[in-house]
Design a protein around this ligand. Structure first.
Ligand code: ARG
Length: 566
């Protein structure tokens, strides 16, 4: 595809003496609305060198530019030079690119040969997979897909919270009050209940805490009974998690969680001693981070037991050795900012230059609108229940809209789950947001169902078309403002994907496909597609084809299915 931005750079370079290509490139802007051109070049920074007012500089440059085929207008407005791409050429180039690349439109090989670890989800065993975990799961999965699409070799890791003193407590609670049958029937709720009971009882009987610690030590030392129970808790928990992952269409390349590092920590602790980063404090080992303005990090307790942070330090070193990563990304709530700051700093103190390649990608909280989700009193909201409810509600809506649909179950699942995922990925990840059913399932708003519906509509038009869609179209028929808005959205898509990767921000793609869907629906409303006139029909079908393709790719990068009918 013609790189229009590059053409702008070339033109400017010829007309601005002594200018660096990369500098010009970095100064080029995309104006907020197409009335101001497709590209704009601000001349303010040149005022010093040229000793002229910016509007004058802009004017002189514009006057010197020779006419070109690719731009229909290059004009000076104030201190800016605005470039208007020749519309028919833009249409033709964009359509051609989509036709040739199809489902690979927007993909790239910029990540070729680079290993990127994307760690996400990472729930805690024997604890509910609740609505808060969905954020890490869904944002992480999308980031993983985006990197892959841009040619990176990604490794999706679920760093399960499957280790620590709480498992000693759980073993005690199970042995005292648990029963196998009940755990089998309903694993996580039962284990959660036992865990809560342990804490209630321990308030009355402090000796329980000691017993819990002892069982964790037995687990750490490989005691057969402790290991067997722990493994069983882990297996039944994973079964529950997997049901959710299946609904979401998510899989991992590695489930190396906290327990995976239990036999690797001694060596790392030794290394930390050798590198002199550990300090004794009341019998425990800590890292003093005062000179970095951070509180000290507890690495090994007085009784020799290790901590969450010890495992993260060990995991990072293991990952570098195993995968030689280019980037090691952690999609974890912003509540853990301090934890990540601390251990990444410790890695740096140990002399590992790759500390800078470990990246915490934080996100904000989900709040639940009062009464939006049926919470059984005092209990957490289980993600599986939310997804199931979304599917049920969607089924009702679709039955109403399209009573003859043949694969209702499947579509309701794709749309219901997609709606939840889409909402998750609609806002800037760092923002807290409030979950609301009305917003999630609205077919008219800026929602997943709306975008999926647009995809289904485009698919339906293509099915009904009696002429094949092909590249040979009269592009001049697609240069009106309404159509151009669709074309621009499609043309910008590859840049949008790269921007989302640079910022680790899937919502950039979400927003963009909402824009394309809205522009397309305006187009569709105004420009009947299946008309008599063959030339017009073929040109408009090309738009329908491209929109369907790009929305499909966008949804896929977000981890959302695109039903052909709904
Ligand atoms: N299991 C932890 C939790 O649920 C999240 C783990 C995040 N990842 C990490 N490498 N620390 O809070």
């Amino acid at each position: 595809m013609v790189d229009f931005k590059k053409l702008v750079v070339d033109i400017l370079k010829q007309n601005i003496a002594d200018s660096e290509e990369s500098e010009i490139l970095s100064m080029i802007e995309i104006p907020p609305n197409p009335q101001m051109g497709d590209f704009a070049f601000p001349c303010f920074k040149l005022a010093k060198t040229f000793r002229k007012a910016p509007p004058l500089i802009a004017k002189d440059i514009v006057n010197a530019i020779k006419p070109t085929t690719y731009f229909e207008k290059i004009e000076q407005v104030g201190g800016y030079i605005n470039f208007f791409v020749h519309k028919a050429i833009l249409v033709e180039e964009t359509m051609k690119e989509v036709f040739v690349k199809k489902e690979l439109y927007g993909s790239d090989d910029l990540g070729k040969g680079k290993n990127v670890i994307v760690e996400f989800s990472s729930p805690n065993i024997a604890k509910p997979f609740h609505i808060g975990h969905i954020r890490s799961t869904v944002i992480g999965s999308s980031i993983n897909r985006i990197y892959k699409f841009l040619g990176f070799n990604t490794i999706a890791i679920n760093h399960l919270g499957d280790y620590g003193t709480q498992f000693g407590k759980l073993i005690v609670a199970f042995k005292k009050w648990g029963n196998e049958e009940e755990v089998r029937e309903s694993p996580i709720p039962t284990l959660l209940k036992l865990y809560i009971q342990f804490h209630d009882e321990a308030e009355k009987d402090p000796a329980l805490e000691e017993e819990g610690r002892m069982w964790f030590t037995r687990l750490e030392n490989g005691d057969a009974e402790a290991l067997e129970l722990w493994k069983w808790f882990r297996d039944v928990s994973l079964e529950e998690f997997n049901r959710v992952y299946n609904l979401l269409g998510i899989s991992f390349d590695s489930l190396a969680g906290e327990s995976f590092y239990s036999d690797k920590m001694p060596q790392v602790l030794k290394m930390m001693e050798e590198k002199n980063v550990l300090e004794k404090s009341e019998g425990a080992d800590i890292v003093n981070l005062e000179s970095y303005g951070l509180p000290p990090a507890l690495i090994r307790k007085k009784d020799g037991s290790t901590l969450y942070i010890t495992r993260d330090i060990t995991a990072a070193i293991y990952r570098k050795e195993t995968y030689d990563f280019y980037k090691n990304i952690y999609v974890v709530a912003s509540q853990q900012n301090l934890h990540f700051e601390q251990w990444i700093k410790i890695i740096e103190m140990m002399g590992f230059e790759w500390a800078r390649d470990c990246l915490h990608v934080p996100f904000g909280l989900v709040r639940l609108e009062e009464g939006t989700i049926a919470t059984r009193k005092g209990r957490v909201v289980f993600l599986e229940d939310v997804l199931k409810k979304a599917i049920e509600k969607t089924k009702e809506i679709i039955k109403d809209k399209n009573p003859n649909i043949s694969n209702l179950e499947e579509v309701a699942e794709d749309v219901g789950v997609g709606a939840i995922v889409f909402q998750e990925l609609s806002n800037n990840r760092i923002k807290d947001y409030t979950f609301s059913w009305d917003k999630v399932l609205n077919f008219e708003g800026e929602t997943g169902p709306y975008v999926q519906y647009t995809y289904a509509r485009a698919s339906s038009v293509l099915r009904k078309a009696d002429v094949p869609v092909d590249i040979e179209i009269n592009s001049a028929l697609l240069t009106d403002d309404i159509t151009m808005e669709v074309v621009r959205g499609i043309q910008q898509f590859p840049e949008v994907v790269k921007d989302a990767q640079r910022k680790n921000e899937p919502s950039i793609i979400t927003r963009h496909i909402i824009d394309i869907a809205q522009a397309f629906n305006r187009f569709y409303h105004d420009h009947p597609v299946l008309v008599e006139e063959k030339e017009i029909k073929r040109a408009r079908l090309a738009i329908v084809f491209s929109v369907r393709q790009v929305i499909g790719i966008g949804l896929n990068l977000l981890g959302i299915k695109a039903p052909e009918k709904m």
